[in-house]
Design a protein. Structure first.
Length: 279
């Protein structure tokens, strides 16, 4: 499977290069992402993620969000009633190399927060290790980044200095990258040249709330301390029912304890050193 997939990617890429417009073109890469929100879990969650590239700007986001936004925009153009939009902003990043800036997105209940930072300087160690896949060359690179040790393989034959999530800066497109603990991995499935429908900004999605890291952590800690505050205040409407479907008034003290256990178990972000420290 790996051989056939990579051969297809390289053949598509070589066709792109024949036009002699490499840097002027737009690309869409499809990655399979596997991760553990809870580091003690035995299984992995899988998500399809897109990486849209347009010059020095890229956007990494879920395929589910892409399909939702595409349908929403199409309906608006046709004058149809807009459907409910996806809120799958988990792991979304926008990298702007021209401005030296990266935006990361976090969803908490019904709000989406945007954290803008300087583009990280990734200290890659490019090794001499290579492997051939159907006469196409991968090369290995290593990285220590915010509490995790990463192993990446980039395509020497695809000189696009990009990759999934926050990763970039290698002399070739990252085709696979995983951390040493097996908590996160990204594997390239497809690369295509796209003239249209490339989203490298957030202007097609919901309005985000700007925050810094300290503010973001405070939001998560406030949510941990009182996870049903918005429901109790009426900011979010919710109905609680028992097993028979009869509406009940919940025991928020008990619900809070259960929710806090879940929050502590789902505290395994990609940038491990920036995990929220719950009490």
């Amino acid at each position: 499977m790996e051989c056939k997939t990579f051969l297809r990617i390289v053949l598509i890429f070589l066709a792109m290069c024949s036009n002699n417009k490499l840097h002027a073109q737009k690309y869409r890469a499809l990655y399979s992402m596997q991760f553990k929100a809870d580091s003690t879990a035995t299984g992995l969650t899988t998500k399809d993620m897109l990486l849209d590239i347009d010059g020095g700007i890229s956007r990494f986001y879920s395929y589910k969000l892409f399909k939702s936004d595409s349908t929403f925009i199409s309906n608006e153009k046709l004058g149809r009633e807009a459907i409910h939009k996806s809120m799958d902003y988990e792991f979304m990043t926008i990298k702007n190399k021209t401005q030296g800036q990266i935006s990361k997105f976090y969803r908490l209940l019904i709000d989406v927060y945007e954290l803008k930072e300087a583009m990280p300087l990734l200290s890659w160690k490019i090794t001499s290790d290579t492997k051939m896949v159907n006469n196409n060359k991968y090369q290995k690179a290593l990285l220590d980044y915010k509490g995790r040790k990463w192993e990446a393989w980039f395509a020497v034959d695809i000189p696009i200095s990009e990759g999934p999530s926050v990763f970039n800066g290698l002399p070739g497109l990252i085709v696979s990258i995983s951390d040493s603990k097996g908590n996160y991995s990204f594997n390239l499935l497809e690369l295509k040249k796209k003239e249209e429908n490339i989203y490298t900004s957030n202007n097609l999605s919901v309005k985000t709330i700007p925050v810094n890291l300290q503010q973001l952590h405070k939001l998560y800690l406030d949510h941990y301390n009182d996870p049903y505050r918005e429901i109790k205040s009426g900011y979010i409407k919710a109905k609680f029912v028992d097993q028979s479907g009869k509406e009940i008034t919940p025991n928020f003290n008990e619900q809070t304890k259960n929710k806090q256990i879940i929050l502590k178990q789902t505290n395994n972000p990609i940038e491990l050193s920036e995990a929220v420290q719950y009490p």
